[in-house]
Design a protein around this ligand. Structure first.
Ligand code: ANZ
Length: 945
């Protein structure tokens, strides 16, 4: 029988489905192992060869773990809500649900061809009401919870209400948007609406005023990365900063737990560092400043309390409420003009762009340490959402304050007299001048910092601030609450209706609240989100159902929320749902959750290092607090697969002609390189006929060939349609089979590394599989496997392989495994080994990599169950011990020939055998032996004269 991958792969893919080979059930008798891939967004373009890289790597691991006896969960699904389907809907009128389903079908077809061991019975789609039921449910829970800083966990909002009723805000240590203070009596006297407004300040899912990137023409809020140079990435429409009431998640409350959790998980240091920076813990002090000739006081946040004596001005963020209060009549016009100008800049631009802009407010603040009055400025280098949105500026020691002071001619006062405060003196990374602090010039306070290190001075000053009631010690986090609403159609609806302007959630028992149908996917004429087009989108609180908008009476029937949830809503807890995907009563059954616990191995791209991995960790911690998720950290080990770049090919057109010259002759002409579809190029040689057929303008193309061939140039670029370098896995599977594709993708290099796709080497992998096959079948297709016992050499080749591959898989070093397989098969081939004893184990070892061919040969070897359920072989060190040692024989240090000796041969015996060998005679002729040096297990050197 010949190696016919088409038949074999089809047969086994069918068999796996029929026999439910990859379905998994909870099994208390077995240890669990949960492997997860970041699920794909099914785009219209389908999969290219870069996409399956991570899936193949995790598939190998999942199969390996199963062979080791683990009960392995390896599910797959689709992140099915999202912008591209909706944009397509806007352009074509095609309902996004239809586009999404078509794309999913195409993805599935492509995935199925690669032979993954996914348990498809657990498939989820985020746009399925069955699924988003639980996304909405989590939102309800967050709405009905607050975060208690003392207990460090989310608690039911009823507890907070009860506390308000008993003691007001007295002694309260909870996460909030704004510090509020009221007594129990004051609370009780408030109206229902006022109470709801206050609670919003504490809920974990809350409606909050936040600055957003607003694009009026698109009618929606945009994420930072959708805005480039002040205009929308799509369409180039102006984007302004706007304060809007949006749903937010109080992610910031979990900052410390998100930091602490990182000590318990096995992620790369660089990924942990990225998360730590994102969370941005910063220890400092909040200090109170009085405004001169006014009762107004305001608070600043500083990490350098020791620099109080170097403060020469203050700066407010343009959005700060203080701006209106502190701008004097004289400065009003100038300030307003500045505010208008800065509105257009996104926060990221404000951080990255270091050009100096600002305006004087007209007011002065009093430095509480020196009593000195310093001017209060307004500038957008101070961010509204960080610290208190106000700073004390110390231009001698902070580079941004320095640039500002220079620009506006403000005083620069170093802490140490006479110290160098030129631009070059700033530490590039820290942006500060590193020198010791000094005491105040005219001591207004009795604080001495002389001789202290900066660190010590900060501590002493912080203590002083607290003791003198000038402020308090404060830990700040850069991590912001997440804005959670989008003015979009294709997303999860909020289970929320509005009564008297305040949001109320619908009953848990009424979920899911299904996305309504609309006839247009654009915002409404009055600027409402697309759900504003729905005619049946009101909540009947009596009958607990969705009813027509006409029935809205604001007594028992109310309008429903028109925003939808953002992309990360559905991807934040999907790993939990895979454990128990068809449960109608709960997100996941408690016992099942206890069994699978968390993901043991998570594989996905680095682009999710902050967004998804912060949100899902937050989400899981919240669910853990409300008793759902058994384990606090969702992803124990995380591997980021690298990107597969495209390898583009070029043809060279001679200018103003339709003539193309081959790569190495192009210097003789004036040419323009043009991308050519890599699918009509093989080993850099262009298929001329296919090229002519590729595009009408090339139908009459002429060629200048070298050695009868047209050789193309090449370059490594991003894999993209516009570069014509997209390689479709279906084509590779069609030509070489899935097993070759799988092994080749792994052979390209370490999983974590980015590398170019280069089809040139794929033949080698294909030949390897054929050679492997030839250990079972001879050229004439005869089955040649025997029951003869294996020789020591054969066992050695096999066990060397088992040892290497076991170690490699544990390290995700699959490329070196592929080489090891090649070496082993070559060795067995030259040993003419067709022994069952060896081949049985070889098939198991290769099965995670090339499951189809291994399943077939396993069957041929006479096994009645799947190779997936075999037992991973353990290597025997005994077989690896060398029996003989190959010595290099040198004369006067020059290697001349090699000789084999038993491993336990003595040096004396080696010496005499070497000297007696006839090959030695040639090198000793006419000379006498001065010395013989035997280096055990390596070399023999004979010194002659
Ligand atoms: C005085 C000072 C002197 C500062 C000095 C720094 C160096 P991290 O570490 O990131 O927390 N700051 C505070 N709030 C800010 C805001 N909303 N926008 C921009 N800058 C803000 O940085 C904290 C430091 O950044 C604070 O300490 C403050 O400047 C500034 F030699 O206060 B510092």
């Amino acid at each position: 029988m010949e190696y016919n991958f088409r038949e074999i792969e089809k047969k086994w893919q069918q068999r796996w489905v029929e026999e439910k080979t990859y379905q998994v059930k909870e099994d208390e008798t077995k240890q669990k192992y949960y492997v997860l891939n970041m699920f794909p967004y099914p785009s219209g373009a389908g999969l290219h060869v870069g996409h399956p890289l991570g899936y193949i790597a995790s598939d190998i691991y999942a199969r390996y773990k199963r062979l080791q006896g683990f009960n392995v969960l390896n599910p797959m699904g689709y992140d099915a809500y999202g912008l591209p389907a909706e944009q397509y809907a806007i352009q074509t009128g095609q309902h996004p649900a239809i586009t999404t389903i078509n794309n999913i079908d195409r993805y599935r077809e492509q995935l199925d061809k690669i032979g993954f061991c996914f348990d498809w019975s657990r498939e989820i789609r985020t746009c399925d009401p069955e699924y988003y039921h639980w996304t909405q449910w989590a939102f309800l829970k967050m709405f009905n919870s607050y975060y208690c800083n003392d207990e460090k966990q989310a608690r039911p909002i009823e507890e907070l209400i009860q506390a308000f009723e008993e003691v007001g805000t007295n002694g309260m240590n909870v996460a909030c948007s704004e510090e509020l203070s009221f007594t129990a009596e004051e609370w009780k006297a408030k109206s229902e609406k006022e109470k709801q407004e206050i609670l919003m300040n504490y809920r974990i899912a809350y409606l909050g005023e936040t600055m957003v990137n607003w694009c009026a023409q698109l009618g929606t809020v945009l994420a930072n990365d959708e805005v480039i140079d002040g205009v929308s990435e799509r369409g180039g429409f102006p984007v302004v900063q706007k304060k809007m009431r949006q749903w937010c998640l109080r992610v910031s409350a979990y900052s410390q737990r998100l930091l602490d959790g990182m000590d318990t998980i096995d992620w790369t240091d660089s990924l942990k560092e990225t998360q730590r920076n994102w969370i941005g813990r910063s220890e400092g002090a909040e200090v109170q400043f009085k405004v001169k000739d006014s009762d107004i006081e305001f608070t600043i946040f500083t990490t350098r309390a020791d620099t109080m004596f170097g403060v020469t001005f203050m700066v407010l963020a343009p959005e700060s409420e203080l701006v209106a209060q502190l701008t004097t009549a004289k400065q009003k016009d100038e300030v307003n003009a500045y505010l208008e100008r800065t509105k257009k800049r996104t926060e990221r631009e404000r951080i990255v762009d270091r050009s100096v802009t600002g305006v004087f407010s007209g007011s002065y603040a009093i430095n509480p340490f020196t009593g000195e009055a310093v001017p209060i400025w307004i500038s957008d280098y101070v961010l509204a959402g960080y610290g208190t949105g106000a700073i004390m500026a110390v231009p001698a020691h902070d580079s941004r304050d320095y640039a500002f002071a220079k620009h506006f001619g403000l005083e620069i006062r170093p802490l140490v007299e006479g110290c160098d405060v030129s631009e070059e003196s700033f530490d590039a990374k820290e942006g500060i001048v590193c020198n010791s602090p000094r005491p105040g010039v005219e001591p207004y306070c009795d604080l001495t910092l002389n001789g202290l290190t900066i660190k010590e001075a900060i501590e002493v000053t912080k203590k002083y601030v607290e003791e003198n009631n000038l402020g308090r010690v404060k830990v700040n986090y850069r991590l912001r609450d997440a804005t959670f609403s989008r003015q979009r159609y294709w997303g999860e609806p909020f289970p929320v209706y509005y009564k008297d302007g305040m949001p109320y959630v619908i009953d848990e028992s009424c979920l899911p609240l299904e996305l309504p149908e609309v006839d247009k996917f654009l915002p409404t004429e009055t600027g409402e989100p697309p759900l504003g087009h729905a005619t049946k989108w009101a909540w009947d609180t009596v009958n607990k159902c969705v009813v027509e908008n006409e029935k809205i009476d604001n007594v028992t029937v109310f309008p429903l929320e028109l925003n939808t949830m953002p992309g990360f809503a559905g991807s934040s807890a999907y790993y939990l749902r895979y454990m128990d995907p068809r449960n109608h009563k709960a997100l996941v059954d408690k016992k099942i959750d206890e069994y699978w616990k968390s993901v043991d191995l998570y594989v996905g791209g680095t682009e999710h290092a902050t967004g998804h991995l912060i949100y899902s960790r937050f989400w899981n911690k919240f669910l853990h607090d409300v008793g759902v998720s058994a384990v606090e950290e969702p992803f124990q080990k995380l591997v980021n697969q690298g990107m597969i770049q495209g390898r583009s090919n070029f043809v060279y057109r001679i200018k103003d002609t339709n003539k193309f010259v081959s790569l190495n002759l192009r210097d003789q002409y004036d040419t323009t390189p043009l991308h050519v579809d890599v699918n009509i190029v093989s080993n850099d040689i262009l298929d001329l006929e296919a090229f002519k057929a590729w595009r009408p303008e090339y139908a009459n193309a002429e060629f200048i060939l070298e050695d009868g061939k047209y050789i193309c140039g090449w370059a490594v670029e991003k894999m993209s349609k516009s570069m014509f370098n997209v390689v479709n896995p279906d084509m590779i599977v069609e030509k070489y089979g899935a097993d070759t594709l799988r092994m080749y993708e792994m052979f390209l290099g370490p999983v974590e590394q980015s590398k170019p796709w280069d089809t040139n080497g794929i033949d080698g992998v294909y030949r390897f599989i054929k050679k492997f096959w030839s250990l079972f079948y001879d050229r004439n297709g005869n089955y040649i496997v025997t029951d003869e016992p294996a020789t020591k050499e054969e066992l050695k080749a096999l066990h060397k392989l088992i040892k290497k591959v076991t170690g490699d898989i544990e390290q995700f070093s699959y490329n070196t495994s592929v080489s090891a397989f090649m070496i082993c098969v070559n060795e067995l081939f030259s040993l003419k080994c067709n022994k069952k004893e060896i081949l049985n184990e070889l098939v198991i070892t290769l099965a995670p990599f090339a499951p189809h061919v291994c399943e077939e040969l396993w069957d041929t070897l006479g096994h009645s169950t799947s190779v997936c359920d075999a037992q991973w072989p353990t290597y025997n060190e005994e077989y690896l011990v060398e029996d003989t040692i190959n010595y290099t024989i040198s004369f006067n240090g020059k290697a001349r020939f090699n000789m084999e000796f038993p491993a336990d041969e003595t040096s004396e015996a080696i010496q005499s055998t070497v000297l007696a060998d006839e090959r030695s005679a040639k090198w000793m002729e006419g000379k006498s032996v001065v010395k013989v040096i035997v280096v055990p297990k390596k070399i023999v050197n004979i010194v002659v004269k």
